[in-house]
Design a protein around this ligand. Structure first.
Ligand code: ADP
Length: 226
């Protein structure tokens, strides 16, 4: 469960990114977050991953009240939330297997667990047989699959996909959306931000529209018009 209760975020330069927003997301939901550039979407995500701290209001995720987390516990919290970005953020000098394994290595997993978990997640995202390819040898869609595999390998409860299709052609974009739906069916809460109107309309899932730091709309089935 994700709960934002009257959450406000003002950056040090007095820029008011979010003003008193209330959001309640149930486990296993698939929620799309839309809004024009500067609306506050990234700020919402950064508050969720604790990259930024709210100015006021309450954030509770999976029963954890963010006000009570000690600094040392933040990495543990982040392990429960996977994030993928528009620009993939893969390590160019590592192959597919190593990129995914890296997420486990930094969390202190051992060789045996890595050898067991990585092939499973690569199969799930449709990258079987690509283990030893380097990012530059992959298409955009495949690169995003590696990023998704890396986000999933620690079995997060929540997957945040921040404009994951922004750099992809329509066919690859759809395949990535279908993969996110499959991951959601397996029980992971998915938060997707996108500018793509066709995707939002076709998804027919809950759509939260942010406008100038406020929730402008929160609709169960989205017919979204920019
Ligand atoms: P979006 O992701 O919807 O484009 P953001 O959350 O990035 O929106 O930005 C919301 C507002 O907060 C904008 O006015 C932006 O300029 C401001 N903002 C975002 N990040 C910072 C920051 N680190 N410092 C100051 N202002 C920021």
């Amino acid at each position: 469960m994700i709960l934002f209760d009257r959450v406000t975020k003002m950056y040090p330069n007095k820029s008011m990114a979010l003003s008193g927003i209330n959001v309640h997301i149930q486990p296993k939901e698939f929620v799309t977050i839309v809004g024009s550039s500067g609306a506050g979407k990234s700020t919402l995500i950064k508050l969720l991953t604790r990259e930024e701290v709210q100015t006021s209001g309450k954030i509770i995720v999976g029963g954890v009240d963010y006000d009570t987390i000690e600094k040392g516990k933040v990495p543990h919290l982040r392990r429960r939330i996977g994030v993928v970005f528009q620009d993939f953020k893969l390590l160019p000098g590592r192959n597919v297997f190593e990129n995914v394994a890296f997420a486990l290595e930094v969390s202190g997993y051992r060789g045996r667990e890595i050898k067991r978990s990585v092939p499973k997640v690569l199969q799930l995202v449709g990258l079987k047989g690509k283990d030893s390819n380097f990012p530059e040898e992959l298409s955009g869609g495949e690169r995003q699959r590696v990023a998704i595999a890396r986000a999933l390998v620690r079995q997060p409860k929540i997957l945040i996909a921040d404009e994951p299709t922004g750099n992809l052609d329509p066919k690859n974009a759809w395949e990535i959306i279908e993969l996110l739906l499959k991951i959601n069916r397996f029980g992971t809460t998915v938060l997707l931000t996108t500018h793509n109107k066709e995707i939002v309309n076709a998804l027919k899932r809950r759509v939260i529209t942010i406008n100038r730091g406020r929730i402008a709309k929160d609709e169960e089935i989205g017919r979204y018009a920019i």
